[in-house]
Design a protein around this ligand. Sequence first.
Ligand code: GRG
Length: 308
Amino acid sequence: MKRYLTMTSQVKIKQFLTEKKELVESALSNLVPSITAPFEKHLESFHYSLFAGGKRIRPILCLAAGEIISNAPETEKKLLPVACALECIHTYSLIHDDLPAMDNDSLRRGRPTNHVVYGEAEAILAGDGLLTWAFDLLSNQESIVADPARQLRIINIIARAAGTLGMVGGQALDIENENKSYPFELLQTIHKNKTGALITASIVSGAVAAGASSEQEKLLEKFGDRIGLAFQIADDLLDATSTTEKLGKTAGADQMNGKATYPDYFGIEKTREMVENVVSDAKQAIETFGKKADILMELADYIYARSY
Ligand code: GRG
């Protein structure tokens, strides 16, 4: 099922992304600790990275998946703590990924990386603080979004995706294999865990929080799995073809760090075709939702369009 962004849908999706991004920014401001004594320095570094202008794709996917299940006006408001928890985890992963012991990068979201500004020890702590705050948000009485059994499932979906059997494991494999040549299957495993797991969890947790049935959850999990992969392949393409200025992070960093990417295995053109096919599979998975799936379909097209 191929469908490209027409001018009208491009405007519509940009508007949707802007609106939801604003909503997430304001929820984040309300739901994380403000910069006050006695932890001012630590919180300054926490805020520095969290409010650095990320695209907020994971919280937006969480809200959009919730919308497919229930468009009751209170659903979106209810889902915001889950959406914000996902962004806290993502921001922690970027801070730690940029550390000298990992990718050693000095530019992120268009500004100097956290450790460049606050030093390595504080950057590690800002990451630790963000990760832990995510689970505070997910388990705090004031921000609980579902009945206890559902809430526990949401926490477990996110914990599993962020940890050793997901993002952390993927990052470990990535680092172990730097500057090595390895079979394509290993690259797929790295991508699926390092980037895909949290993206899939964003979609599934949003759906579960909004009351999805297990059948609906399975369809959205398949969509998430494909979108997560498309997102990482698009990121590989952008790293190889875009500029530091446009990306707000160092272009060509994968090659510099000895990281294998899709274009290394298949070249740019074939890799573009692969993103297109993966996005098409993602959309097929949610066809049965009919019109309700429009926004997620357009978000999928947006990920494809972003690879150019
Ligand atoms: C340190 C445990 C740990 C994990 C790090 C996220 C990650 C795992 C590494 C980042 C490496 C990377 C560039 C992966 C490609 C996909 C990706 C996660 C891109 C950054 O996400 P965006 O584009 O960034 O959503 P913004 O800044 O918009 O939030």
